[in-house]
Design a binder for this molecule. Structure first.
Ligand SMILES: CC(C)(COP(=O)(O)OP(=O)(O)OC[C@H]1O[C@@H](n2cnc3c(N)ncnc32)[C@H](O)[C@@H]1OP(=O)(O)O)[C@@H](O)C(=O)NCCC(=O)NCCS
Length: 345
């Protein structure tokens, strides 16, 4: 047992003897494509209004990737910023993990394509799929490799080109999503706590709430699958909403419990940016104050695995996070999946 060096809170990982091994986020970065699609633009595409979208979701605009711009391109741009801020060059990266539901292709992995684009040829590379929860899942995977002494430097990316799987004729879903990427470089560094805990959960019994039917082994692409619009995401909005609030609350409470801290100790809560009503409902249940919440979904919509990664980067670059602050990341997504992480910055 090695006691935590910081008596302000309990570090759950201090229960284990990592013999001086620590892991922290050395740098973050994000990128969103140039093209902006506003609610007014959507009014011309489907039967909707800016008033409906704003009042039901909080979203005002989202960014869309160009035709020749893919998930690996977005991820690469975010990664290069995170690497520069971490002071890490490509040769130092041991592993690249990309969380995404919109890989450039089913295979090879988007992580391998990013590896080629940044020239990190020493690195192992794989994708991880936990939908909108992917970035927290990927942070935890990266941290496990670092704490186990397998790797010293891991590049984690959440990147999505959701516009490629959104049905632009379905007003129930097309107003909600956007494209973008966020990245973090995790390193073994002395005197750093980093990710204090990461709660991860899943309930495959609710897989039918949010899914894309075709394109996998169950329904390969055919003329019928294309005609049936099966290559687009489908969602039960109301049920997804209810499950999101419940799961995010449960995950956050568990993460705080493990660190033996109260919500008031958290400087900034960075929730998955799907719907501002979900965020406020979770915050209310947690007893959080409005000033503890980081919200940027009005600019980007739901960017799935990139969502909390982009928000974390924006929070850091705008000085809402200082060294020593405690952050709570909390996410929810298809699967169903969910997660929460407490990070000492
Ligand atoms: C999708 C969501 C915004 C819909 O909000 P809601 O308050 O539940 O709205 P409802 O489903 O009750 O729909 C109300 C009406 O608005 C209509 N509607 C749906 N989309 C609309 C749009 N873009 N513009 C105008 N009307 C719309 C519906 O057709 C429905 O009409 P009806 O009552 O005549 O059938 C909300 O359920 C939600 O955010 N769910 C979670 C989504 C999510 O986070 N997904 C990602 C998880 S990672």
């Amino acid at each position: 047992m090695s006691p935590t060096s910081n008596p302000k809170f309990k570090n759950p990982r201090a229960r284990y003897n990592f013999q001086g091994r620590t892991c922290s986020i050395a740098g973050v970065g994000s990128y969103v494509p140039a093209k902006v699609l506003t609610n007014a633009d959507l009014e011309k595409m489907v039967n909707t209004t800016d008033e409906w979208i704003t009042s039901r979701t909080g979203i005002k605009e989202r960014h869309l990737a160009a035709k020749d711009e893919f998930t690996s391109d977005l991820g690469t741009k975010a990664a290069l910023k995170a690497m520069a801020r971490a002071g890490v060059v490509a040769e130092q990266i041991d592993l690249i993990v990309v969380a995404t539901i919109t890989p450039d292709m089913p295979f090879p992995s988007t992580a391998a394509l990013v590896q080629r684009k940044i020239g990190a040829y020493r690195a192992a590379a794989f994708d991880l799929e936990a939908a909108c929860s992917g970035f927290i899942y990927a942070l935890e995977v990266a941290q496990q490799f670092i704490m186990s002494r397998t790797y010293d430097t891991v590049l984690v990316i959440g990147a999505e080109k959701l516009s490629s799987i959104v049905d632009w004729e379905d007003r129930n879903t097309c107003v909600l999503f956007g494209d973008g990427a966020g990245a973090a470089v995790l390193r073994n560094r002395a005197n750093a706590h980093g990710l204090l805990t990461a709660v991860m959960g899943a309930d495959g019994r609710k897989a039918d709430l949010l899914f894309m039917a075709a394109g996998g082994s169950r329904c390969p692409a055919t003329a019928e699958s294309v005609a049936g619009r099966l290559h687009f995401l489908r969602m039960e909005g109301k049920e997804t909403f209810k499950n999101a609030v419940q799961a995010m609350q449960t995950a956050a409470v568990e993460a705080l419990r493990r660190c033996e801290i109260d919500i008031s100790r958290i400087k900034l809560i960075i929730p998955h940016q799907a719907n501002v009503r979900i965020i406020h409902a979770v915050a209310e249940r947690l007893g959080a104050k409005p000033e503890q919440l980081f919200i940027n979904l009005h600019k980007f919509g739901n960017t799935s695995a990139a969502s909390v990664a982009i928000a974390l980067d924006e929070a850091v670059q705008s000085d809402r996070v200082q060294p020593g602050d405690l952050l709570l990341l909390v996410v929810f997504g298809a699967g169903l999946t969910w997660g929460a992480a407490v990070i000492e910055w």
